[in-house]
Design a protein around this ligand. Structure first.
Ligand code: SF4
Ligand code: SF4
Length: 379
């Protein structure tokens, strides 16, 4: 990413906080989200501001542990800690919280979170069966739509919903185009740079600004501007990161990989390629949203065959040398699925996978470094 784009990103990120305050003062609703399964299009259709609230910082965890058990995933504790300590402006801005019944820890956390903010939890089915789970999920999205209508005072017409789907599709298409730039070898972005861009763009109240910035970046790449910055002497090992979501503050593995001479060129998790889908604009919009969101290949689904299809596609397309499968401590679904992920990658590509289990603290940094260094040497 050129310095100019980085500066612009910083500037629009700072402006966005003021824009949210202003928009709220003008009566716009702000809705906080905690999971990729909840369709933001429904909120966007009511002109609401959408705020991703999954906690990625270690600092609020101590406040969470006064209420929640310690042996819980750091993402859940960080998310709850931000609310309990009132230290997240985006949580403060949120008029309504949308959660989903994903893993046990998260869904029970929402019961306590509802003490701080009006919270609605979508009953997410546990599998993606078209005959049984899809109608249930479609019904849940209808309820979500009604709640947003009640809270915003705006009727979500089909026309509004279609416009929101078009906008969000444009955003996802350009996001994917950015991620796909790293299919080039050498990759134009370091993993931490890519993560910072995708993370910050997610918080922008004005989605058009984020889209314009990402389009500019894709155009820069087309003019060869990005590759000019990449005259490294050694080609870093190309890695794919799969598993739990990561963001600014929970990116230690991405950084250690870079310090050890590797590069995470692709993110399969829900901070990255799991969001690289488009909603079918020809179908009934609520049907299309229900189908596409339910298909999200997260380990909370059983079975979760979509993740293996995605891994197969990405390992080939990004021509990676290795795969790191990251699990947050106490995340049972990703932890158990790690066995099958390792087996699948070995059998399909004859590649070893490095499975890492950690949290947001820095205490195991050196242990992680030793394991990552050994893995990179082995590749
Ligand atoms: S990893 Fe799964 S449960 Fe967690 S935020 Fe992503 S989609 Fe939701
Ligand atoms: S990382 Fe695992 S335990 Fe944590 S919120 Fe996501 S699915 Fe739940």
């Amino acid at each position: 990413m050129t310095k100019n784009t980085m500066n612009k990103l910083q500037q629009i990120t700072e402006e966005s906080l003021l824009e949210i305050e202003q928009a709220k003062a003008n009566g716009r609703l702000a809705i906080g989200f905690y999971c990729l399964y909840s369709p933001m299009e429904i909120a966007v259709a009511a002109d609401a501001i959408t705020l991703p609230l999954c906690g990625t910082r270690n600092e609020p965890i101590a406040a969470a542990e006064e209420i929640l058990p310690r042996n819980l995933c750091p993402l859940i504790k960080s998310s709850f800690g931000f609310a309990a300590s009132d230290t997240c402006p985006f949580f403060r801005f949120s008029d309504l919280i949308i959660g989903d019944t994903t893993c046990d820890g998260k869904k029970k956390m929402f019961e306590l979170l509802s003490r701080y903010k009006t919270t609605h939890v979508l009953q997410l089915p546990q599998n993606q069966d078209a005959a049984t789970s899809l109608p249930l999920w479609r019904y849940e999205l209808e309820r979500f739509k009604e709640i947003v209508e009640e809270q915003s005072g705006i009727t979500i017409t089909e026309q509004r919903l279609r416009a929101a789907i078009r906008l969000m599709n444009r955003k996802r298409i350009v996001r994917k185009a950015i991620m796909d730039l790293n299919k080039a070898d050498p990759a134009p972005f370091s993993g931490s740079m890519l993560l910072e861009l995708l993370f910050k763009v997610g918080f922008l109240a004005d989605k058009e600004k984020g889209i314009a910035l990402m389009e500019e970046l894709v155009a820069e790449a087309g003019q060869g501007e990005l590759s000019k910055q990449n005259d490294r002497e050694m080609r870093p090992k190309r890695l794919l990161l799969t598993g739990v979501p990561v963001g600014l503050g929970s990116d230690k593995v991405v950084k250690i990989v870079e310090q050890c001479g590797g590069n995470v060129v692709a993110f399969e998790n829900c901070s990255g390629y799991k969001q690289a889908f488009v909603i079918d604009e020809q179908k009934d919009p609520m049907d299309a949203l229900a189908e596409q969101y339910l298909a999200t290949p997260c380990s909370v689904m059983s079975p979760n065959s979509g993740r293996f299809d995605l891994l197969k596609e990405m390992i080939k397309e990004f021509a990676v040398d290795g795969v790191i499968d990251l699990t947050w401590q106490a995340c049972h679904t990703y932890n158990i699925e790690a066995f099958r992920v390792e087996e699948f990658i070995r059998d399909t590509f004859d590649l070893p996978t490095l499975h890492l289990e950690t949290d947001y603290a820095k205490s195991d940094t050196e242990q992680l470094r030793v394991r990552i260094e050994a893995y990179l040497e082995m590749l």
